[in-house]
Design a protein around this ligand. Sequence first.
Ligand code: FES
Length: 233
Amino acid sequence: MFKSKIKWIKKSENEALILIALDGTFGSLPGQFFMLKSGDFPVTPRPFSVYFEDEIRGETLFLLKPRGLLTEEALSWQIGHELKLKGPLGNPIPVIEGANLVAGGSGYAPLHFYGSKYGYKNFYLGTTSKEEADFLNNLPNLKITCGPLVVTERFFQDNNEGAVIACGPTPMLQHLSEQYHGGSVYVSIEERMACGTGMCEGCAVKLKSGEIKFVCKDGPLFDGKEVDWQWLT
Ligand code: FES
């Protein structure tokens, strides 16, 4: 693991989301993640997708949702707080020309990085509150709804066509994969990751072919129409 310090930190008004910028860039691409650990805090490192890597400002951004020991501790972090990192890990999301993007909650992080770097046709984001929506409304023509399942309905209402890349809660990814017939659906199943390093086997995904894959090693992106969703849920 290597170390980096927090350069700046922002919180949504309701403190449901935290955006941190770490000092330095580490050669990551959209879809990749890092294992993060806070100094000597006695918690195992956790995987976080990169929200953005800014080569001009020399910083790497992560979006955190305070809902576990590490991320709840993040509410007290200040500028200069030291984190330990390992990565970048996982496979980058391949560039798909003119793809639609659909994100639910913190699934916004990898797609924000992807959309900022490669662009998109339409970008839909499902949030859980107005405060989250305001906090994340930072890309052109973002179509924001409240509720991760509602975001798929909004996506279907617009009669979209073409490939979709989606990241968010498993029910949202399943719904899109099963109901969308306008093109390919690629799903980032990062929600299932635990150790992030191929050791715990907690991120197993079964394909309809019967093959078992691991999100941290083989993903996080899979063809949603090939995933055995009954096995996963
Ligand atoms: S997250 Fe532990 S093996 Fe993939």
